[in-house]
Design a binder for this molecule. Structure first.
Ligand code: HEC
Length: 148
């Protein structure tokens, strides 16, 4: 069964298998991850001096990211490793490590919220950087490279 699905996925790379799970777990967590990117992006631009620093705006973005950052994990249920997921099997095989990666990430986000509230761009820059590194580090460990 899995072999058939994988073959279909390979045959039509751009046309991923549909999320047929009744609870749409993969689709739900992915939608939240996409919002991570959308929310983090403007802060990344500010940190790189490619966008003006507006303290109020950045504060709102940081709080929004904090809220989002608690959300995807509940959708990684034991029965949620199915196509079209890009998650590695390690998510389910090494749950303690996966939880640890979440906790590390959440810590960087709460530092960012504090930095945003402090309003000092010199502290905001490294805080944004740490969040981005933490996204990447979890992806290296738990997401397949083929993922967008
Ligand atoms: C604790 C681990 C972890 C952290 C932290 C994490 N991600 Fe991910 N991310 C994943 C996994 C696992 C997937 C694959 C989900 C799937 O396909 O089922 C993923 C998928 C994604 C996707 C692809 C969504 C799609 O439509 O396929 C994006 C974009 C993304 N993450 C952005 C981010 C950003 C931005 C951050 C940091 C702000 C972040 N992630 C933090 C584990 C993580």
């Amino acid at each position: 069964m899995f072999v058939v699905v994988a073959a279909v996925a390979l045959a039509a790379c751009s046309d991923e298998p549909k999320d047929t799970h009744p609870d749409q777990l993969v689709s739900k967590r992915r939608a939240i991850f996409k919002q991570f990117t959308r929310t983090l992006e403007p802060m990344g631009l500010v940190a790189r001096d490619r966008k003006d620093y507006n303290p109020r705006e950045l504060n709102i973005s940081a709080l929004e990211l904090e809220k989002l950052s608690k959300q995807p994990w509940t959708y990684f249920t034991p029965d949620s490793n199915y196509p079209p997921t890009h998650a590695k099997a390690d998510v389910w095989q090494k749950p303690a490590e996966f939880k640890e990666a979440q906790d590390k990430y959440l810590t960087t986000v709460s530092h960012l919220v504090k930095a945003a509230q402090g309003g000092d761009l010199d502290l905001i820059r490294p805080a944004v950087n740490d969040v981005q590194k933490s996204c990447k580090s979890c992806h290296n460990q738990f997401r397949n490279d083929a993922a967008s």
